[in-house]
Design a protein around this ligand. Structure first.
Ligand code: NAD
Length: 249
């Protein structure tokens, strides 16, 4: 159970974010529901969990956005026990693009998928130290491990950076009670994956998945909830693969 835990979920109005919020709330946590633009989706989600959560806005593409998000969450809840870095984007970029377009895609993906989580981890670690511990769950991707398609290379690289950041946090701040875990899903049945399936076809998505289906958002949410359990201290530093046997390390 997660009773009494305040858990900040970034990008909470997205497909996976909503499932995470619903799951941790069902286990007794108080989710801090982060959104960037879609306030009505955030409020609908809050209603679905019986209003037992807090809604917070921040744009993670701003250099100060991640720090501001953490500060707002602390000002609402006092202590935060868990941070789930779930917000993410996947820009399109091709080697045929102009240098400016290419660089823009790399900068955008790195900003949202790696630099914003790094900024928020920085302040979260300081906070967790003050309270004797806390948990960070970073939503990475299978793309981090096996590489990605030619038009989304920055995405895979940004998620690989996120896994490495998770390992460094686990190794350096375990002594302060900080537990850090990465989750690396393959295709999850959300808008992002459905858009990819529309572009590339169903075979490109499920063709190499031995279990024959995409990951369900609820499967990711279950693993996040498990990672937030206080009993799971020695899991720190792990990357949890969730890909239907499509990439086995
Ligand atoms: P989604 O597009 O539904 O959700 C992404 C969330 O990130 C949204 O809530 C969005 O508002 C937020 N976000 C985007 N830009 C932002 C910004 N500038 N500031 C603040 N928030 C911003 O996608 P999803 O499928 O739910 O993905 C959630 C996470 O899971 C992402 O990190 C994604 O990379 C990862 N992931 C997804 C899949 C998949 O197949 N869907 C697979 C592996 C990993």
């Amino acid at each position: 159970m997660l009773t009494g835990q305040n858990v900040l979920v970034t990008g909470a109005t997205g497909g996976i974010g909503q499932a995470i919020v619903e799951r941790v709330a069902a286990l007794g946590a108080h989710p801090v529901i982060h959104y960037v633009q879609n306030v009505s989706a955030a409020e609908e989600l809050l209603s679905r969990i019986g209003k037992k959560g807090t809604v917070v806005q921040a744009d993670l593409s701003d250099a100060g956005g991640a720090t501001e998000l953490w500060e707002k969450s602390v000002s609402h809840r006092g202590r935060i026990h868990g941070l789930v870095n779930n917000a993410g984007i996947r820009a399109t970029s091709r080697i045929e693009d102009s240098l400016a377009e290419w660089q823009r895609a790399w900068e955008d993906d790195l900003r949202i998928n790696l630099l914003a989580p790094a900024d928020i981890c920085r302040v979260a670690i300081g906070h967790f130290r003050q309270y004797g511990g806390g948990r960070i769950v970073n939503i990475a991707s299978r793309a981090a491990q096996r590489g990605y398609t030619e038009d989304h290379m920055p995405y895979g690289a940004s998620k690989a950076g996120l896994i490495n950041l998770t390992k460094s946090i686990a190794r350096n701040f375990g002594k302060d009670g900080v537990v850090a875990i990465a989750i690396a899903p393959g295709f999850v049945r959300t808008k992002m994956a459905e858009e990819f399936m529309r572009e590339k076809g169903r075979e490109a998505v499920v063709g190499d998945i031995p279990v024959g289906e995409m990951v369900e958002p609820a499967e990711v949410a279950d693993l996040v909830a498990f990672s937030l359990l206080e009993t799971q201290r020695s899991l720190s530093g792990a990357t949890l693969d969730l890909n239907g046997a499509s990439y086995i390390r």
